[in-house]
Design a protein around this ligand. Structure first.
Ligand SMILES: [Zn+2]
Length: 475
C-alpha cells in the first residue's frame, strides 16, 4: 500500500466516522433514507438543527444586527426566469458531463483523471469508464439549474428554476430597499436561504449537495471615479478596496466566532484569468477538510455587473442618486458568500477528536460553546434515587431559565444509563459541561460537580454560584 493510499484511507475513515456519528447522535440523516435515500440531499436532525441555527445566529449578529448599514431580506426561491438570463446562469451555469455508453453512468468530466494525471477535457478526453471499462461518450455541457414549471402550463413562458444562489434575490430588490429605507452608500443587503444545484456527482457528505443553504451579502459602494482603479489612487481610501479588506477581516472574525481553527483556513487570491470576467478581485477562503483543502467562503468584488445586467434585462433604472456629489450612477458591489452546510461540516470535522480517557478510547466533538447544541447537561448521579432526581430536575430548571434570560438555549437533562455512558454520550455531541447532582449535594449542601469535556476534570461548584460559573464559560 502506498503512502498516498494510506493517507486517503485514513481521511475517508475520518469522514465515515463523522457521517456515522452524525446519524447515531441525531445531527444529520441521509435524505429520504427509508426509500433508499436521494443522492445529494441531507436532513438535519435536532442536534444538527441546533448547531446550524447557532451558526446562523452568530453570522446574522456579526454581519447584520451589530451594524447599522445592513438590510436583511428573505426572498422567494422561485424567481422570474428572466433573472437567470440576466445573471448569466441560463447561458453559462454548466458543468462538463460525460456518459458511459455501456453502463450509462454519468461523470463530471473534470473529475475524471486521465493517464497523464490531468482532468479529462475536450482536448484530451478520458475515454474509458472508471466503473465498467466501457467507452465514454462526448463531453457535453450540462446546466446545473433545477428547472420547473409555474402553474398548469408547461410551455416556455411558464419555466422557472429553483435558485442556484441567493445573491440574485438581493439584486432584484435593490430598488425596493432604496425606495423604502433611503439608505446612503455604502450599505449592504444580506440573506440566508436555500439554493439548489443539480450536481452531476454530489459527494463528500454536506460539501457538495444538491440542496444547500447559503449566507450571502451584497454590499454596495460608490462607483470608482477611475474605472482602472488599481487601489493606489486617492479614491482608494474610501473606495471598494477598503470595504473589501474590512470584509476580509470580518470573515476571519466570524471564523473565530464559530471556533474554527484559524490555521486550517487559507486565503487563495484567485489570479487574473481564473476569476469570473466581471470580477476585479476574488479571494477564496479554503478549509482543510478531511478530504482535502476546499473552498469554504468567497469574497468577490463584482463591480457594477449585476445591477447593470438587471437594469438592462428588466428595463428598470437601478442607479443611485448621490446627494453629496449630485451624481447619478450604478453602485459597485462587494460580495462575501458563505456556504452554511459547508460551515457545519467544517465545524464538525474540526471538532472531531479521538483520544483515550481512563485507558478507554473515546470520541468527542471539541465544539466551541457558542455553536454546541447543548452547552450544559444536568444529571442525577443515580436514576433510581427520587431525591437525587428531584434535585437534578430543580438544578436543570434553574439553569434553563437563567440561560434563556440571556438568550442562550441548550440545557439538557439526562438520566439514561450509568454516569460513564452519559459522559460519553455528551462528549460525542460536544456538550462542553456536565453537571452532576450527587449525595453530597443533598446531604452536605456541597454543591454539584461540573465536568469539563476536553480535560475530563471535575470541579465542585456551590449551587448558588453555578449559573454565573457556567455563563462565564459558555458566553
Ligand atoms: Zn461504464
Amino acid at each position: 500500500m502506498s503512502k498516498n493510499q494510506e493517507k486517503n484511507d485514513s481521511q475517508s475513515d475520518v469522514m465515515d466516522s463523522i457521517v456515522s456519528l452524525c446519524k447515531r447522535r441525531g445531527f444529520i440523516f441521509q435524505g429520504s433514507e427509508i426509500y433508499g435515500g436521494l443522492a445529494g440531499t441531507w436532513d438535519y436532525a435536532p442536534l444538527g438543527v441546533a448547531l446550524k441555527n447557532n451558526i446562523k445566529k452568530i453570522w446574522w449578529k456579526r454581519f447584520i444586527d451589530d451594524r447599522d448599514d445592513m438590510y436583511g431580506v428573505d426572498a422567494a426561491i422561485l424567481m422570474n426566469q428572466r433573472t437567470w438570463e440576466a445573471s448569466g446562469h441560463v447561458g453559462g451555469f454548466a458543468d462538463p458531463l460525460v456518459e458511459c455508453k455501456k453502463c450509462q453512468h454519468r461523470f463530471r468530466a473534470d473529475q475524471l483523471i486521465g493517464e497523464d494525471g490531468k482532468p479529462s477535457s475536450v482536448d484530451a478526453p478520458v475515454k474509458k469508464c472508471p466503473d465498467c471499462g466501457g467507452s465514454l461518450g462526448e463531453i457535453r455541457q450540462f446546466n446545473m439549474m433545477f428547472k420547473t414549471h409555474i402553474g398548469a402550463a408547461e410551455d416556455a413562458s411558464a419555466v422557472s428554476y429553483l435558485r442556484p444562489e441567493t445573491a440574485q434575490g438581493m439584486f432584484v430588490n435593490f430598488k425596493n430597499i432604496l425606495d423604502t429605507f433611503h439608505p446612503t452608500l455604502p450599505f449592504g443587503m444580506a440573506q440566508i436561504g436555500k439554493a439548489f444545484r443539480n450536481e452531476i456527482a454530489p459527494r463528500d457528505f454536506l460539501f457538495r449537495a444538491r440542496e444547500f443553504e447559503q449566507m450571502e451579502i451584497e454590499y454596495f459602494v460608490k462607483a470608482p471615479k477611475d474605472t482602472k482603479d488599481d487601489g493606489k489612487s486617492e479614491d482608494a481610501a474610501d473606495g471598494w478596496q477598503k470595504v473589501f479588506d474590512d470584509f476580509r477581516q470580518q470573515i476571519h472574525g466570524f471564523i473565530a466566532d464559530i471556533g474554527l481553527t484559524a490555521s486550517k483556513v487559507h486565503e487563495l487570491e484567485v489570479p487574473d484569468g481564473e476569476r469570473a470576467h466581471y470580477s476585479k478581485r476574488t479571494i477564496d477562503f479554503e478549509f482543510d477538510f478531511p478530504f482535502g483543502k476546499k473552498e469554504l467562503y468567497g469574497l468577490a468584488y463584482r463591480t457594477d455587473f449585476d445591477l447593470k445586467q438587471h437594469a438592462e434585462f428588466s428595463k428598470v433604472d437601478l442607479s443611485y442618486y448621490d446627494e453629496e456629489t449630485k451624481e447619478r450612477y450604478v453602485p459597485h458591489c462587494i460580495e462575501p458568500s458563505f456556504g452554511l452546510d459547508r460551515t457545519v461540516l467544517a465545524v464538525l470535522a474540526d471538532a472531531y477528536t479521538e483520544d483515550a480517557m481512563s485507558d478507554e478510547k473515546r470520541v468527542f466533538l471539541k465544539l466551541a460553546p457558542a455553536v454546541a447544541p447543548y452547552k450544559v447537561a444536568v444529571f442525577p448521579l443515580l436514576k433510581n434515587k427520587p431525591l437525587l432526581v428531584a434535585k437534578a430536575r430543580e438544578v436543570f430548571a434553574t439553569l434553563k431559565a437563567e440561560f434563556a434570560e440571556v438568550g442562550i438555549q441548550g440545557v439538557a437533562f439526562d438520566d439514561n444509563g450509568n454516569i460513564g455512558k452519559r459522559y460519553r454520550r455528551q462528549d460525542e455531541v460536544g456538550t462542553p459541561f456536565c453537571v452532576t447532582v450527587d449525595f453530597d449535594t443533598i446531604e452536605k449542601s456541597a454543591g454539584v460537580t461540573v465536568r469539563d469535556r476536553d480535560s475530563g476534570r471535575q470541579e465542585r461548584v456551590a449551587e448558588g454560584e453555578l449559573v454565573g460559573y457556567l455563563l462565564g464559560k459558555v458566553k
